[in-house]
Design a protein around this ligand. Structure first.
Ligand SMILES: [Zn+2]
Length: 278
């Protein structure tokens, strides 16, 4: 829904404007050419899933998968202005080749390359690519180009994310850290609690109460089934766990990148070591 509020253009309650920051590495957060160039140096297997209407590729990266190991998927850059996700994930990808990880990892680092390249939330049609899969108002799928690319691979992704899905988001209006978790259970589980410990070490925990989507209790929104990619993978894809982290977009960009890198690393480590203590 598009609406004017003063001079601002609002879409779904969000102002349409670019959010671009200067990174510690000398690049701007929307520098997609630099991002993809570095990513290619990660040593991970790279697959182009498809291209947006503006000819920007969406990539899947994977380490060497071994049968019998847990399958996890990590995604970021769903909302183009939430840039700490992709940059934190880039740092994780660069060190993955140095680590002995017994987890089958699949990564989609920038799900919305157009939004990322412009520093805006939506795609070129000013649509969110985090919805339209199911639970739509019309009752039928309302897919964006990016959503179609995701959907085409949905059965495969449900398998690649079987044991867990992590989506790294931010909220440019927020000062606090919080998490969304979807599991078969009513309380945050061990994975969620461990990840929260990292988030609240660096940022204040979101107070209880309503947020952009859902209600926070003790820093977590539980089982919010709102038609997002997380919900889709859990409810239709049958994956075990979907966790979305929300770093506060009002904090320093380099701190957000650093913390996001720690959050993702912890998620991987929990599955890597999980066989010992869960
Ligand atoms: Zn988001």
């Amino acid at each position: 829904m598009e609406r004017k509020s003063g001079n601002k253009i609002m879409i779904n309650g969000r102002e349409l404007r670019p959010y671009i920051w200067n990174l510690y590495n000398g690049h701007k957060t929307n520098d997609i050419d630099y991002y993809y160039t570095r990513m290619m140096e990660s040593g991970l297997k790279v697959e182009e899933l498809g291209k947006t209407d503006n000819d920007l590729p969406i990539f899947l990266l994977q380490n060497d998968h071994v049968k019998g190991q847990p399958n996890i998927m990590i995604m970021s850059g769903v909302h183009g202005e939430e840039t700490a996700g992709p940059w934190g994930l880039l740092n994780v990808m660069m060190k993955l080749k140095l680590m002995k990880i017994h987890v089958n990892i699949s990564i989609i680092p920038i799900m919305n390359p157009y939004g990322f390249s412009k520093g805006i939330r939506f795609n070129a049609d000013l649509k969110s690519i985090n919805s339209g899969y199911f639970r739509t108002k019309s009752g039928k799928p309302e897919l964006t180009t990016e959503g179609e690319i995701f959907n085409r691979n949905f059965v495969r992704f449900s398998e690649l994310a079987r044991n867990g899905f992590l989506s790294c988001h931010e909220d440019v209006m927020e000062k606090h850290f919080f998490i969304y978790e979807i599991i078969n259970g009513t309380k945050p589980d061990f994975y969620c609690n461990e990840i929260q410990l990292i988030g609240i070490k660096y940022f204040d925990k979101q107070p209880d109460g309503p947020t952009y989507d859902g209600t926070v209790k003790d820093g977590v929104v539980m089982n919010e089934k709102d038609g997002t990619i997380d919900d889709y993978l859990f409810t239709i894809g049958g994956i075990h766990r979907a966790i979305t982290t929300e770093t506060p977009g009002t904090a320093d960009i380099n701190k957000r990148v650093y913390v996001t890198e720690q959050l993702i690393t912890k998620f991987i480590e929990l599955y890597n070591a999980g066989r010992f203590f869960i």
